[in-house]
Design a protein around this ligand. Structure first.
Ligand code: RFL
Ligand code: PHB
Length: 391
């Protein structure tokens, strides 16, 4: 088999890339380890930057998000039991974010690929990358007991943090930057009315919590928990009781509880792999970097890598230019590191660290108080949250 771009992974990065390339007349084949139902069912991100929404429109899969997504022009940040609203729109000249679940966008991307006859092969095993230093890199895999091979011009590694693509970059070339946080999040999804119209980020003595949503009738909540906790440690009752305790008092009464539709424990981690391109292999999305979810940047970074990669490949095929291909890694990494910085900073500001001293805690509260009172500090937070401008 032959194609122009071999794409490993049918998460948002892989599907969006194949859709954007298709619209430029560039063909691709996407290989995915899981079933389509599994990929579609993963409850993850919920907040899309304006730039991500714009890209979805460009990829002709932004109609439903424009209809059903919830525009958020601000969010509450709480500490010491008090709520402080940060008005993103007022601080950024009218910018906002869109609350639209990753499950929904993935469904839209899958439908868009299917409607245009895109080739996405699910349930592939043992994907391996070969000859990435040559002009004809290859992918091999097994499906239903048979061996397959695909020769391509380029390979896009969009296979997430646990994928195989990153490891094809040889060790002397690859540099990894990593930080693990000493806590995790337990998340719960429920068909209950969200406790507020806007997201609430809470710094509480007993740990961070976050009130988010998927629609006017579906809520998504998270609580900071110890790293070693598992879903079994968090009955619905325990979750709701703890969330209610961490809410600011004036929101407690409005908390609607109900059975969980999904529950997950996720450790928080920062990770960057440099470079993001080696030979004819490009990494995009979680395959190249992970951010702690506090800043809501993971999916947005995956989308921004794909924006740069689709432009680079279009430049190659249409204009016979390798300029953007050569600039790909550095261009992406400039944005990635800024999102890393913001996510790391917001995580540090909002969480309870098990080894924090009283001094550390006072500093955290002082910074929160500064943000609550300083329009300059609020502007800095808001412009990062809604997404920095593209180069
Ligand atoms: P994905 O979504 O992990 O997709 C990678 C795909 O590759 C497949 N794969 C393979 N396929 C073939 N062969 C192999 N060897 C393979 N190995 C893996 C996988 O099965 C999968 O289908 O990566 P992608 O496309 O880069 O997308 C990244 C986003 O999914 C991720 O960054 C976000 O979900 C992160 N994230 C958030 N991002 C935001 O922008 N805003 C948010 O509000 C937000 N909230 C979150 C989040 C992530 C969370 N978790 C669970 C980590 C909240 C949470 C709780
Ligand atoms: C979510 O809705 O899942 C969500 C929202 C904001 C975040 C992280 C996750 O910072």
């Amino acid at each position: 088999m032959r194609t122009q771009i071999g794409i490993v992974g049918a998460g948002p990065a892989g599907l969006l890339l194949s859709q954007l390339l298709h619209l430029q007349g560039i063909e691709s084949v996407v290989l995915e380890r899981q079933t389509a139902a599994h990929v579609q069912g993963r409850v993850r991100a919920g907040v899309l930057e304006g730039g991500t929404v714009e890209l979805a429109k460009l990829a002709q899969c932004g109609d439903r998000m424009a209809r059903e997504g919830l525009v958020h022009e601000g969010a509450d940040f709480c500490f010491g039991g008090a709520r402080h609203r940060i008005d993103f729109a007022a601080r950024t000249g009218g910018k906002s974010v869109l609350v639209y679940g990753q499950t929904e966008w993935t469904r839209d991307l899958m439908a868009a690929r299917a409607a245009r006859g895109g080739t996405v092969i699910y349930e592939v095993e043992d994907v391996a990358l070969h000859d990435i230093d040559s002009d004809a890199p290859r992918l091999t895999w097994r499906k239903d007991g048979e061996e397959h091979e695909l020769t391509c011009d380029f390979i896009a590694g969009c296979d997430g943090f646990h994928g195989v693509s990153r490891n094809a970059i040889p060790d002397p070339v690859q540099r990894r930057f990593e930080k693990a946080f000493p806590f995790a999040w337990v998340g719960l999804l429920s068909d209950t009315k969200p406790v507020s119209d806007e997201l609430i980020y809470i710094n509480h003595e007993d740990g961070f919590s976050l009130c988010s949503m998927r629609s006017a009738t579906r809520s998504r909540y998270y609580l900071q928990c110890p790293l070693q906790d598992s879903v079994g440690d968090w009955s619905d009752d325990r979750f709701w009781t703890e969330l209610s305790r961490r809410l600011p008092e004036d929101r407690r009464e409005g908390l609607e509880t109900g059975p969980s539709l999904e529950k997950i424990v996720t450790p928080l981690r920062s990770f960057v792999c440099e470079p993001m391109r080696h030979g004819r292999l490009f990494l995009a999305g979680d395959a190249a970097h992970i951010v702690p979810p506090t800043g809501a940047k993971g999916l947005n970074l995956a989308a921004s890598d794909v924006r740069y990669l689709s432009q680079a490949l279009t430049g190659f095929y249409r204009d016979n230019s390798t300029d953007l291909i050569d600039a790909y890694s550095a261009t992406c990494l400039r944005r990635v590191w800024k999102a890393q910085r913001f996510s790391h900073w917001l995580t540090g500001l909002m969480h309870r660290y098990p080894d924090a001293s009283d001094f550390d805690r006072r500093l955290q509260l002082a910074e929160l108080d500064y943000i609550a009172r300083s329009s300059a500090a609020q502007t800095a937070l808001a412009e990062n949250y809604v997404g920095l401008p593209f180069e």
